[in-house]
Design a protein around this ligand. Sequence first.
Ligand SMILES: Cc1ncc(COP(=O)(O)O)c(C=O)c1O
Length: 369
Amino acid sequence: MSSLTQPLPTYDWEPTTDFLAAKYRLAREAIVRYDVNTSPLPPDLRDVLTGAFVPVLSEYPPSDYAALVEAAAAAYGVGADEVLPTAGADEALDLSARAFLREGSVAVAAVPTYAMYRIVTEQRGATFRGVPRQSAEASFALDIPAMAAAARTADLVWLCEPNNPTGLAEQGERIKMLLDHFAADAAADGRAGPAVVVDEAYAEFIGSSVLALRDRYPRLVVIRTLSKAYALAGARVGFAVATAQTLAPVLSFRAPASVSTVSAALATAALRRPEVAEANIARIAEQRTRMIIELSGFGWRPYPSLVNFILFRFSSAGTAADAAEALLRVGLVPRTFAVDHPLADCLRLTVRSATENDRLFEAARGIPA
Ligand SMILES: Cc1ncc(COP(=O)(O)O)c(C=O)c1O
């Protein structure tokens, strides 16, 4: 079969809210998404869509997205020539795969991690190599020697920092250490070293970034998004951030105007008002503590989390599946893992609002852990 007729790997989209409401015979408003790591409340950006700033919808957005790029560059502390706006982090991941992978290439990632890395890798006809993370007791940390060994023949390394779905970030200098391994191995073999994409979709929750390391390892691409801490998942705005030279091949694959004028205006305003995301992060931290305390009281076993989701372990994969079904019956939608996934005995729950969480605690009361 030619590669054109072979089915390409695709992302299994989460069932829609309308679908779940119909399936469980609930009102649409009764469904709460604990599965997609969004924020419960959008920022109030009504002024952006009315009055003086109203975007001109009959025209295309400016191809350089100058205002959005300037706002992002200021927020992330980088140069304007180092920022590429994309339709969410997912487009930035796809463009990175297009830029750095060919048929027969190898990409490496520390697993378990975000599912898209495998998908966009395999869509390019490249091979995905998952390197297991350390145990839960070791905070799911990267296995640095194994990552360095796997990366020796790789064109691309995917890293998720903090990692989805485990909810933790690497300690201190460990990413720097890993990049130094890649650079030393590449120099010894006379190669350029793999491109390294660090997906920082949740970076605002930990307040740190690997962006400064692009001086040390120029083939570094950092991915950011407004979907998580900025609570703008519906706007679909993300960024690839890298030195201008590393960004050039990524940019070459982007459609001229993949971010809409409306989304660009919303994102520009949100980036210029950091206090809105900060207040959201503070609210989420408060509810995260509450979810951990309350659900632990029902025997659910949380792993530590720095972000806006928490991984809970159950006594078996079957118990986790039963708990998921019991939550779904009352409209609360957890993230589940397939039976062959290393986290099959876990559910991942997004941190939601106080009132939504009250419903969760009420439901959890009767669910065996
Ligand atoms: C690690 C990670 N990267 C990227 C994304 C996608 O983000 P966006 O909405 O910006 O496409 C997600 C969404 O869940 C994610 O968890």
